[in-house]
Design a protein. Structure first.
Length: 305
């Protein structure tokens, strides 16, 4: 029998709680299956640039038969791309292309460990894709700034007025390409960092409110492990941001786009603030106002009379 003529909802859809369950870890697994898994599969199916050019052995699994020229043209974002209108699709497709196997594997593990970042599927894709696009719209800006700082470090800032012009000329005549999912992963890290900070603040606030409770030691015991893990995760995220900022301002490394990492992280923080504002406004609309409370109370009193 063919498909129904009219769209109908099955008794138990694939996305329903009855299919996956309503437990917290089951909801996380549901989001994980439609966000992290497809992106990771795309990263694994696309060959690396080094494998396509023969500089390294191909992957042990089947990959798409794409040449190095096609990868460079359609899956990398170059410094000569002046705006979003020039090869706009590469702002997203560059997240699936990597230089070599080490570059791909490091981003893949980071993606798997970052996970859902406490987002819904729509919020996850807005954070990941938005962070990638924000970091690759004008890739030459971050590379010029990073190269300027590198030249200032090498020359002792003796020719500070000349180094920005030298960096601009270098990026103009020597094309640089950006690829990899690190900007999107850093955006997810920014989202997860904000969620971790909020969870840690809520737990500390609950402990502070119950500081005079005689049963406080018994209530603290199940919160010790979450407190430690959240504190360690928050410290690692802050350390990562500070290290990326130091490398960007000092020009310590030119192999990685530290500006793209920081832009992605900032995008994730902005998405967290936006989603929090939307959730707050939704709760405000659902909560009855003081006029409704007054009207309902007055009607109840009049009814009793």
């Amino acid at each position: 029998c063919g498909p129904p003529l009219l769209p109908c909802r099955p008794p138990m859809s694939w996305w329903s709680n009855a299919h996956w369950g309503a437990q917290p870890w089951q909801r996380v697994a549901r989001v994980y299956a439609v966000t992290v898994v497809p992106v990771a599969a795309g990263m694994l199916l696309l060959p690396t640039i080094s494998a396509a050019t023969g500089l390294e052995a191909p992957a042990d699994w089947w990959t798409l038969p794409i040449s190095a020229a096609t990868l460079t043209q359609h899956f990398t974002r170059g410094t000569r791309s002046g705006s979003l209108r020039e090869r706009w699709w590469t702002c997203v497709s560059c997240a699936f292309c990597h230089v070599d196997a080490m570059h791909r594997d490091s981003n893949l593990w980071s993606l798997l460990l970052t996970g859902t970042a406490g987002c819904t599927p729509l919020g996850w894709y807005l954070t990941f894709i938005g962070g990638t696009v924000a970091a690759t719209i004008r890739p030459s800006v971050g590379i010029e700034y990073q190269l300027t700082n590198r030249l200032n470090q090498q020359t002792g800032q003796l020719i500070g007025w000349l180094t920005p012009r030298m960096a601009r000329m270098w990026t103009t005549h020597v094309p640089h390409t950006l690829c990899g999912a690190s900007a999107g992963i850093c955006a997810l890290l920014g989202q997860a960092t904000c969620n971790t900070a909020c969870s840690l603040a809520m737990m500390l606030g609950a402990l502070w409110d119950q500081r005079n409770d005689p049963d406080l030691p018994a209530e603290i015991e199940p919160m010790v492990v979450p407190l430690i893990t959240n504190a360690v995760a928050l410290a690692q995220a802050v350390s990562f941001v500070l290290e990326e900022s130091r490398r960007l301002t000092s020009g310590a490394s030119l192999r990685s786009s530290h500006a793209a990492h920081l832009i992605g992280f900032g995008w994730g923080v902005g998405c967290f603030m936006l989603f929090a504002a939307l959730r707050s406004s939704r709760r405000g609309r659902r909560r009855p106002s003081w006029r409704q409370h007054e009207a309902s109370g007055r009607g109840h009193v009049l009814g009793r009379r």
